[in-house]
Design a protein around this ligand. Sequence first.
Ligand code: FAD
Ligand code: SF4
Length: 499
Amino acid sequence: HQKAVFILHDQLNLDAWPSRVREEKPLLIFIESAKKGNSLPYHKKKLIYLLSSMRHFALECADAGFPVLYHSTEKHYDEGLKDILSQNPGLELTYMTPSEWDSRERLRQVQSAYEERVQEIPNNFFLADAEEYKEKVADGWVMEYFYREMRRKTGYLMNGDQPEGGEWNYDEENREKLPKGHRIPEIAETEVDDVTREVIDMVEDWFPDHFGKSEDFTYAVTRRQALYRLNEFIDERLDEFGPYEDAMAHGEYDLFHSHLSLYMNNGLILPKEACDKAEEAYEKGSARLNSVEGFIRQIIGWREYVRIYYEGMMPEVRDVNHFNFTKKLPEMYWTGETKMNCMSECLKPVIEKGFSHHIPRLMVLSNFSNLTETDPRELNRWFHLAYVDAYEWVVLPNVLGMSTFADGGVLASKPYVSSGNYINKMSDYCKHCEYKISKKTGDDACPFNYLYWNFIDKQRETFTQNGRANFMVNMFDKKSEEDKKAIWESSEEFIDRLH
Ligand code: FAD
Ligand code: SF4
């Protein structure tokens, strides 16, 4: 009998596996599946990142003395694994619960076909136990309370049972616009090595029509390279992460964000490592409290919370569509072509490298999709295939729960929609735009301005049910009939032209 472990493309870190795996050195099985790669027209850089990371990891394991079986197949994982199991009758296989629903279903089918020889162990790449919280979260338990529990459990930024500095959350201090000429440190780029070069050729060969380009691939693909980026973030950007967390700037795509989600989501970096280092920087006095608290909250709060939401809400949540929007995703999400400067600036890094930070995703790309009555599931599909850090467990809650309110308010208390004012306040985009931010309606007015009021009016039922947002409906109702008519007309014309 030979012991074997199947490692999925987002489980690339032996520290998260039981110690017996590190000690006993079983056969490690990796599968490159063309069917999985083709299940959506994933961004080429995403496929390159995932496959190159997995190949590098397998090579490192082999160097460390593990027997490795690296299997490339046209089929899906489950079929590939079944082939391996039937060809190797002595093999006893362990796999870790996949973070994504479909892979989980597939592997469980393998498990039931080979019950005696296949064992599932719990996923250990997250900090919280989803079973403990999933019912509460699906019932609307808010992130902030979950976060406080996680602070107490992990001990991050705690003095006894009190939060460091006296407050749990310093977001009030984290809403500054980027001052003109403010220096932003550059993020290191990783050179393409032979392994990645081979993957790039393969992706071009296997997935030629997928979204995005394979040129100029600069992501880290090994743990060592990813740790370098973590350290670089802690040393150079963490201190100013907080104040400029919500800012956006023309021609600047990452600002002071960590750009680490892709590395945490496939295991190259563990979330605990990122939080430990951030806390250490605060203790040393090299990063301010509102930045470190904000960063740790994103990881032990939001990241864990959305994953638990996924566990509690699947699979029904895939179909939610609170506003019953049916329009297709506007063409510009694929081409990046539009006269709206904010949309063009926020789409550029997605098309070029499969990435953008949180505010462009939430307050520009999702906001616009929602205001133009796009089917939220179309938007979710786009985020899933376009972003290098997207896996269903994290993208779905963020899109269908947070950004589009498609779940009807389980995750978010109100829809995240805004007029052009918000974008103008947090960025310099409007200065470079053909539309006029100061105009409310008409051909050259900022489309966000009238679309926003149109949305408030059309979706008034949702807003009036929410005390905090009800006043927006009242504000609309106080507008003159002439203004209301202009809002409706501009919106109808714009949405018709768009779709
Ligand atoms: P930072 O701003 O440096 O934050 C630090 C870390 O916190 C991130 O690396 C990430 O791991 C975590 N984090 C922060 N916010 C969230 C959140 N809302 N949910 C989960 N983790 C969070 N994140 C993904 O990892 N994959 C996705 O596919 C994804 N899709 C999103 C779609 C939409 C519409 C929105 C609004 C958000 C989405 N997010 C997603 C969350 C967030 O935008 C990204 O995690 C973040 O922008 C990644 O950049 P960063 O590493 O520089 O983050
Ligand atoms: Fe975007 Fe409107 Fe500003 Fe143009 S004017 S950048 S469309 S918010």
